[in-house]
Design a protein around this ligand. Structure first.
Ligand SMILES: *Cc1c(COP(=O)(O)O)cnc(C)c1O
Length: 420
């Protein structure tokens, strides 16, 4: 039996309607910016494997580090015990995170990072004797698939069976520069009616919504209000963290600091699952007490896995290297040149560039997982480029190591396949 047939026999894939889904491509190995299938056909990883493998696959610096670590310490309980990789990673993160972030809480994926953030916010108020249980989130935001995270996600693709069980979330539109005052007004109205614990947002760039950029000043106005009203600002940087938007964190570009930051995806450079929720000392202090019940009783078995911590450390070393910093800038320039080149095409709307990410919408209407979208996806694949259009949004999030001629091939493939 082929791998494809064996896969079909037992495996239930994520985000998949198996009856209508396309056949899965079997990937045998990956190196740098390329994935290789069973016939050694190469595919450029145009979405850095869902925004994780930013330094390319199997990077020798990271592989060497994890090899060294696995021979020394694999996994231990993180309550009562601790280990150098977690300590070193925390110290390193504190030096690059926004200056008000002082505590590092580990978990294991982006959704749990968000879940932790929401629970932290709820208990922060609870510990202070205040009952605040509503969250505010943006329309079309994406924060993950566990219950709290799913509730705050506004991308209601197929959430029907669960909606009645969601936590209480109110939504505001994404500020675009023109609607900022309306958004602020709606935000104020929600605050006047409900006891709001926190506001969760993807800073600068909404990923899963279709790489949507939005207005910094509009966001800052909401964050200022949060500060005045003692509403915790939760920056979900699971996608934007670690250099995607130009700065190390998207929050670095926003003048009002978040209280809580969620990290995952590129945190571990596409090697191992791990996530981190960071917070201010003010939040930590609300849990610090002689009363045990004021502590934060949340934990996952693989919390702060030493291998994942060592990978994250090696990844941050690359992030801060001159080579990667220069290359991210070069990618940003090439992306901008690509958008300039196609923006006059009748089929292109909303061309935009944010850091290493470039996106536009095709002037054709089709469903997020519909057949036109699949047609494009297959044609990209056939031409050796792995891209996953989000509905009619075509985007590229290349690995930071991508070279000019590689990106030019991606751009020309898009132009050809989309008929621009
Ligand atoms: C991917 C993503 C998540 C969820 O992360 P998982 O590891 O898939 O659970 C949460 N928030 C944002 C902004 C994301 O892009």
């Amino acid at each position: 039996m082929s791998h494809t047939e064996r896969d079909k026999k037992y495996i239930w894939h994520p985000l998949t309607q198996h009856k209508t889904a396309l056949q899965n491509v079997v990937i045998k190995c990956a190196k740098g910016s390329y994935l290789y299938d069973e016939n050694r056909k190469a595919y450029f990883d145009g979405i850095a494997s869902w925004y994780t493998s930013v330094y390319g696959h199997c990077h020798p610096h990271i592989v060497a580090r994890v090899k060294r670590q696995v021979a020394q310490l694999d996994q231990i309980v993180f309550s009562g015990l601790t280990h150098p990789p977690a300590i070193e990673l925390s110290e390193k993160l504190i030096t690059i995170l926004p200056s008000n972030q002082k505590k590092i809480f580990f978990s294991d994926n982006g959704s749990t990072a968000v879940e932790v953030a929401l629970k932290m916010a709820l208990q922060f108020h609870f510990n202070k004797g205040e009952k605040k249980t509503t969250f505010i989130a943006f329309e079309n935001g994406f924060h993950g698939d566990t219950f709290g995270a799913m509730s705050t996600s506004g991308l209601s693709v197929y959430n029907g069976p669960f909606e009645e069980l969601f936590i209480d979330v109110e939504r505001v539109a994404l500020p675009n520069g023109e609607n900022n005052e309306d958004v602020l007004r709606v935000f104020k109205k929600i605050i006047s009616k409900k006891r709001v614990a926190g506001f969760i947002y993807e800073p600068l760039l909404q990923g899963a919504a279709g790489m949507k950029c939005y207005d910094k000043d509009g966001l800052s106005a909401l964050l200022k209000l949060c500060r005045q009203m003692n509403i915790l600002a939760i920056a979900d940087e699971v996608m934007t963290g670690f250099g995607k938007t130009g700065s190390n964190f998207a929050s670095d570009q926003i003048p009002v600091q978040a209280d809580i930051i969620c990290l995952s995806k590129a945190l571990t450079a596409g090697l191992l699952p791990m996530a981190i929720t960071t917070c201010t000392s003010q939040i930590f202090e609300a849990f610090y007490s002689d009363d045990i019940s004021k502590g934060f009783f949340h934990g996952h078995t693989y919390t702060a896995n030493p291998l994942a911590c060592s990978v994250a450390l090696a990844g941050i070393e690359l992030l801060l290297s001159d080579e990667i910093i220069q290359n991210r800038k070069a990618i940003n320039k090439l992306n901008s040149a690509f958008i300039s080149a196609i923006k006059n095409s009748k089929k292109v709307k909303n061309g935009r560039v944010c850091g290493v990410v470039v996106a536009f919408e095709l002037y054709e209407d089709f469903q997020r997982y519909g057949s036109r979208r699949n047609e494009l996806y297959l044609q990209f694949l056939k031409k050796g480029v792995f891209l996953r259009p989000l509905g009619n949004t075509i985007y590229v999030h290349p690995p930071y190591i991508s070279q000019k001629q590689e990106l030019e091939k991606v751009y020309s493939t898009i132009i050809e396949v989309c008929g621009l």
